[in-house]
Design a protein around this ligand. Sequence first.
Ligand SMILES: [Zn+2]
Length: 400
Amino acid sequence: MKQVLHRAPWLATGSYAPDLPALISNGAVLMANGIIQAVGPWPSLREKTAQVVEHEGCVLTPGLVNCHTHLELAWLASEAANHPMPPDQGSMTAWIRELLEKRGINPPLAVIMAAGRSTLDRMRDSGTILVADIGNAPASAAIGADHSTRVLFLHEMLGRDNPGLVPAGLACTPHAPYSTDPELIRTLKERARSAGQLFSIHVAESADEVQFLKAGTGPMRAFLMERGAWTPSNPVPGKGAISYLDQLQVLDDHTLCVHCVHLDKAELDLLARRQAKVCLCPGSNRYLGVGRAPVMEFLKRGLLPGLGTDSLASNVSLSLWDEMRTLRADWPELDPAVVFAMATSGGSQALGQADVYGLLAPGRTARFLAVPLPEMLVDGEILSYLTTAGANLRPQWVEG
Ligand SMILES: [Zn+2]
């Protein structure tokens, strides 16, 4: 068995658990058969019979995990870049309206696929190893097939779509509590449960959504009526998004709640009790002006969220480095080690892939990143640099 020992001045392990330090100085990672065998300080591993590869001036990190995007919307990128911050802050419904109008253009499938594929290439080049990708068209599953970045594709359904028409084996997901028939939400959760698949749903993204779910009023009501997706004869849940999903009995440790911006304390407790997973999208939330997710409240309850970029229709970048930077700017009091863990191990846990991705730890993939650092950084500055440097970072893939 050929063993390779990768040595670097620092390892950022992706951990935020007591059994593995978040940062190891003068560290080494022992690889064999494409799997990490051991991780630790160099003196503890130097005796191993292995080829040594030096990564001078670098920090070694796990590949980053993006828990939520829509590659089939990548062709809308230039539009989003032209409007980085809409002036009508907080108008989620206005944004959806605009998105549907643009999607009505219906570009050729080849254009959608090519934009998705080159976007995925850029995500890989920025250091992303695993992505959960949501698409309305089953054909969009091909965008991420056979790519060096692993893509978990979820086919999104809404309204009263018929899951019976979906090819067996294709993982499905409901769009959101306000847009999807309760019976369809339940059916898709059952389908995911029996196949052992992840069940992901947009939840409590905007105040408009929660106002509609609780009271059946506001801009979301007007929008849904205009689309013929709701009439006053349909009841509304009369409660917040998480309470509603719990009533539908779809919250468990394989349910990924994406956004989670507008939750009350009882709903935060409920999420923690059900051990549901959380994905935060700080860049998209800022772009749409819907508010900041209560990240401190999740952490207080022992929930380590993952991070997602959402799509290029509501974000200017799909780089997790930028996402970490936005989160730190939103919450300066956050420990950089937690932010880095969210982009790595938090994400792999959220997607049910923690055995393979998200950590520099024994048993995980030997595909990882070497990130060059500016000179003169000391221990206390490494994680802070990684979580604030954004697009200035130039990670290199290493195949252990
Ligand atoms: Zn989304």
